[in-house]
Design a protein around this ligand. Structure first.
Ligand code: GLA
Length: 746
């Protein structure tokens, strides 16, 4: 191997020195298989995939030390063995200043460890050294071992050859003869090139206000993104991106990004140490963690995915979208487009019954809806949110003949049928709770804190898992249900598990989620046609873990079409519009009492996976005509919107009056453009829109999705024209919107 000497201390300089032209990178062929190579002489591993190279090695102390993560290096470029960095001062030991791929807490490690354990004799020192490795196709597994005790860790790297997104995880094996307690277990630590000009992007929010993008300069210290709630949570999402030399151009610059595939309590720590080294460590949330690992047992961490883009934050999200569609979603690599659905929740809330739902279904079918979903209220003694959860039998007063007549009617109308469930919850006012009060998360003898009048079933318990799988399986077997909206409407309190020994109770943080995943997996295996939506009071459970087992997510309970623009914008940083459900509901909207036109509401929702949730009984003929027209238009662009390349042309954040997105089909044969206006001020014009991602030499024909606004645009022009000449729209007023489609002329 050529020895272009790569050393961690020269990391940053090398990044500048290794010269790539962007054009050359784009031209890089994408291999069908990733390449994983081990240079035995220099003890360096190199993983290539997409336009990315990832390099690390076994250093002089036998630790795994990162070398390089970024744009693809030359095929013949090699690396020297990494060396531990010298102690900088007696306060900055070599252990802490030398980055590691997966560090045990020991030997004076002051930065975030990947793994921290306590042994029964009180020893809490763990130092992990390389033992062996194994390469199998796109997967590299490395075995590490504590310097003294038989604690082994298998760290795993799986490269996606198309996107260069690397999945990293670990399996901790206790091969000592005594139990130990895992107090902290991350999937991986990612190390950035030395530098200070980094901006961290992350998503925060709350119920009905999800996915607000935050951007801040990375400063010395740690920024902790986490959920301590037992589930993913609305408050932080387990996604991050780091931009180098942040610019306002979405599609330029270097970006490292990652997402954790875990739907339980999680933590991602972004830390810049005293020597300006940035590391990102993520996995199980160590808060209240303490997983007892008996002799011979193993604990697997979730997967922490990481990627790199030289096409800015826009390029980073396009890579993630592609990765989710082809490698994560249950229907990967070619998920079928989301059907246009109708959902009853905002129209009828808990007041569902056979006649009312049939009437809605008829109206929904008339505008082109493909899936009719009955929401909450159909089961047990469910009249409001005080009772019924846990009793998953059909309410006889509302549906005297069961669900079959409604389902048959829905089928006769040409739609398939979906149903709302909230399997992990129980109302104290339910038969289930009266029979099994011990099935919920609780600490013996302590009060049980309710949220929305409900408690959380302890899914870690085998009998609870069996009950939940059993009723879902029965429901789907006995009724022709194509789709379940799987809801989860509160976070944990009192996370106790009195049925097991006190030192095993904290396993609930892992075993609950493992059982959730296994129920979903088993249900899907038994009912292959079934599709599922992950909902948690809107977008409280959106992550790459649940996404591997569900087909779509409910983005937010907030359906105000203007608020939705920022929520949807934030969502797409981490997740594909192909799973982002967006309903058209009534005006004025119940959240902000904002009134908007039906066109505006549709154009907000058509940027994701379209649904309708309005009370169709109140619609006039003109509303039906508008909806029918726009749903038909949506079907012409949905493949492009859901599975294409998204360009966020104008951000709705920071008080912007404007918002523009463009979706381009993968083969560049079509583009869909949505332009929205909050309110005109001082008579200024709408900013010119410059499209991106088109085939410059191809001709594209313009088609207006909504009525043509004023202004002069050619009927047909080149990709160059639309991208360089741009589009001027005459959009004026309050809450105005327009949309257009460009089709490549053959
Ligand atoms: C949650 C969901 C809503 C609706 C209600 C029903 O809030 O996010 O869409 O299903 O529950 O109770």
């Amino acid at each position: 191997m050529n020895s272009m000497c790569l050393h961690l201390r020269t990391y940053y300089r090398i990044l500048l020195a290794v010269s790539f032209s962007l054009a050359a990178l784009h031209a890089h062929p994408q291999p069908a298989k990733a390449s994983i190579r081990f240079d035995a002489a220099n003890k360096a591993f190199r993983i290539d995939g997409g336009n990315i190279s990832y390099v690390f090695g076994v250093n002089d102390l036998n630790e795994l030390q990162p070398i390089y993560w970024g744009a693809r290096l030359g095929a013949t470029d090699g690396f020297t063995q990494p060396h531990t960095l010298h102690e900088v001062a007696s306060f900055d030991l070599s252990t802490s200043v030398t980055p590691q791929e997966f560090a045990g807490w020991g030997a004076g490690l002051y930065v975030e460890p990947a793994l921290k354990v306590t042994f029964p004799d009180g020893n809490r020192d763990l130092v992990l050294h390389y033992v062996s490795h194994h390469i199998d196709g796109d997967v590299l597994t490395i075995r590490l071992k504590d310097v003294e005790r038989d604690v082994f860790v298998e760290v795993r790297y799986e490269m996606d050859p198309a996107t260069g997104i690397l999945g990293r995880s670990a399996i901790i094996q206790n091969q000592t003869s005594a139990p130990l307690v895992v107090e902290q277990a991350a999937a991986a630590t990612w190390t950035l090139p030395h530098g200070t000009d980094y901006t961290l992007d992350y998503l925060t929010g709350r119920w009905a206000g999800e996915d607000q993008l935050q951007q801040e300069k990375i400063m010395p210290g740690a920024r902790v993104l986490e959920s301590r709630r037992g589930s993913t949570g609305h408050q932080n999402n387990p996604w991050f991106a780091v931009e180098r030399a942040h610019t306002s151009d979405q599609d330029a610059g270097e970006v490292w990004f990652g997402a954790l595939a875990w739907s339980g309590s999680w933590r991602i720590t972004v830390e810049q140490d005293q020597l300006q080294q940035v590391r990102i460590t993520g996995g199980y949330n160590p808060f209240d963690f303490g997983y007892k690992l008996n002799a011979g047992e193993t604990l697997a961490t979730p997967v922490f995915y990481g990627g790199y883009s030289h096409d800015g934050i826009g390029g980073a999200s396009r890579l993630l979208h592609r990765f989710e569609l082809t490698r994560i979603l249950p229907q990967r690599p070619n998920p079928r487009p989301r059907p246009v659905l109708y959902n009853s929740w905002e129209a009828t809330e808990f007041r569902v019954d056979e006649a009312g739902q049939m009437a809605l279904a008829e109206k929904a079918a008339s505008i082109g809806v493909e899936r009719f979903v009955m929401d909450d209220g159909w089961f047990g003694q469910r009249k409001d949110d005080h009772a019924g959860l846990g009793d998953w039998y059909v309410n006889k007063e509302k549906f005297p003949n069961g669900l079959t007549p409604l389902i048959d009617r829905v089928h006769a109308l040409g739609m398939d049928f979906g149903l709302w469930v909230e399997p992990e919850m129980v109302n104290p006012n339910s038969d289930l709770y009266r029979q099994h009060p011990d099935w919920v998360l609780n600490f013996a003898g302590r009060p049980r804190t309710e949220g929305r009048n409900q408690l959380v079933l302890n899914l870690a318990r085998p009998e609870v898992r069996a009950y939940v799988f059993g009723f879902l399986d029965k429901l789907v077997t006995e009724n022709q249900i194509a789709f379940l909206k799987w809801d989860y409407n509160r976070n944990w309190s009192e996370p106790g598990w009195p049925a097991v020994a006190p030192d095993e109770q904290k396993q609930v943080y892992v075993k609950y989620i493992d059982n959730l995943y296994s129920i979903l997996r088993e249900l899907r295996a038994k009912h292959p046609g079934l599709e599922i939506e992950s909902c948690s009071g809107g977008g409280g459970r959106v992550d790459l873990g649940i996404m591997g087992l569900t087909d779509q997510v409910w983005t937010s309970d907030n359906t105000d079409p203007f608020d939705r623009l920022t929520i949807q914008d934030g969502f797409t940083y981490g997740y594909t519009p192909g799973v982002m459900m967006a309903w058209v509901t009534d005006s004025p909207n119940s959240f902000n009492h904002r009134s908007t036109s039906l066109d505006y509401r549709f154009l907000s929702s058509m940027q994701g996976s379209l649904g309708v949730g309005a009370n169709l009984k109140n619609w006039q003929d003109a509303d039906f005509a508008t909806a029918k027209h726009l749903i038909a238009e949506y079907k012409q662009i949905r493949e492009t919107v859901q599975h294409g390349s998204l360009y966020r042309l104008i951000s709705p954040r920071n008080g912007s009056e404007f918002f523009v997105t463009e979706s381009v089909a993968l083969d560049r044969s079509q583009a869909a453009v949505f332009a929205l206006l909050h309110s005109s001020q001082f008579g200024y014009s709408y900013p010119r829109i410059y499209l991106r991602g088109l085939d410059p030499k191809a001709q594209y024909r313009l088609h207006w999705i909504t009525e043509k606004p004023g202004g002069n645009l050619p009927e047909t022009a080149s990709g160059e024209y639309w991208m360089n000449g741009g589009i001027d729209l005459e959009l004026k007023g309050d809450f105005q919107a327009t949309a257009l489609r460009l089709d490549r002329v053959q």
